[in-house]
Design a protein around this ligand. Structure first.
Ligand code: SF4
Length: 321
């Protein structure tokens, strides 16, 4: 009888892994860029900021001879420096040129698209409301393209206090890794406050962020617990925790890897959802699934909501090699 009860308990338990999850095309490209730079130029290769916001990726590259710096002043003249997937302001390119550095720009093409829009609107004299998180590297890079034309708002309530040069010449741009739902709310407020908004049909939240949020919503509705694998500075990973909770998960937690799971979170839990942010290697997700198996859960099943086929070629500095 005891064995039968155990079988029933195990049957009630379920682990569902969301798809898509993990690496997006921009992160994949940035990671391969550093790998290729190390092969082509040899260690050390300098990387401005974290190449992608994942502690494990950064530590692995450090072991292979990459040196991560916050400021180009830390890079010796003539050295090779890679710019991260989040993009940089034009002043950073100028600084690198002035220091005689060889640069490889791993900015995600979808971030570059936002930079180009910022330049276009600024040249037209249009004020830009940038929806994003203060201090995030992507926001700093985009703002650097048109600092006199861009005003940052972080949440819907911030819109009410906006005072711009000409309320009839206003548009918006967004960070690529925001919550789809909250951003829609912020844009609606901007449209109400500035009805003559220079129109844009959509936000700039990238396909990978949207797909990962849709996939986690799909598995969260009947989950007792959703575990999101991702680092604390990964905007899209942090958003996945919020989205999972809003979609109905009884609990949602972010971990860098399986070692951060507190077994107390599993008490009384039958249905676990697992996903990962766009900068997270799949091995870390598999580590979480193994941890759950070791704690009485069955092997995970994957629920694929959307197939992704997006691919970006390497930066031209490496393509030419
Ligand atoms: Fe590019 Fe989106 Fe990936 Fe960021 S999350 S690197 S914008 S594809």
């Amino acid at each position: 009888m005891a064995v039968d009860r155990l079988a029933v308990m195990t049957e009630a338990k379920r682990v569902v892994v969301a798809a898509p999850r993990g690496y997006c095309a921009g992160v994949d490209r940035a990671v391969i860029t550093v790998e290729r730079a190390l092969e082509v130029y040899g260690a050390p290769v300098y990387v401005r900021k974290q190449i992608v916001h994942n502690r494990h990726v950064v530590e692995e590259f450090e072991a292979r001879g990459a040196i991560f710096v916050d400021d180009l002043a830390e890079v010796p003249a003539g050295a090779t420096v890679v710019f991260s997937a989040h993009g940089v302001a034009p002043s950073v390119h100028a600084d690198a040129a002035a220091r005689g550095l060889r640069t490889i720009d791993a900015t995600c093409p979808l971030v570059t698209r936002v930079h180009n829009e910022a330049k276009k609107f600024a040249a037209q004299g249009v004020d830009i409301v940038l929806i994003g998180h203060a201090g995030h590297e992507e926001v700093e890079g985009t703002t650097g393209e048109a600092p006199d034309s861009i005003t940052l708002v972080e949440r819907p309530e911030d819109v009410d206090a906006l005072v711009l040069r000409d309320p009839s010449r206003v548009t918006f741009l967004t960070q690529t890794t925001l919550s789809v739902d909250e951003t829609a709310e912020t844009i609606a407020r901007i449209r109400t406050k500035f009805p003559l908004l220079t129109d844009r049909s959509r936000d700039d939240i990238c396909y990978a962020t949207q797909n990962r949020q849709a996939a986690v919503k799909h598995i969260a509705a009947d989950a007792d617990l959703v575990i999101v694998v991702g680092s604390s500075n990964s905007s899209n990973s942090v958003r996945l925790v919020e989205v999972a909770k809003e979609a109905g998960a009884k609990d949602a937690r972010r971990v860098d890897n399986a070692s951060e799971i507190d077994v107390a979170w599993l008490e009384g839990v039958d249905r676990v959802g697992v996903t990962s942010g766009a900068s997270v290697p799949e091995s870390l997700v598999q580590g979480v699934c193994s941890f759950l198996e070791a704690h009485g859960f069955p092997p995970a099943v994957e629920e694929v909501l959307i197939e992704e086929k997006t691919f970006f070629g390497l930066p031209r500095e490496l393509n030419a090699r």
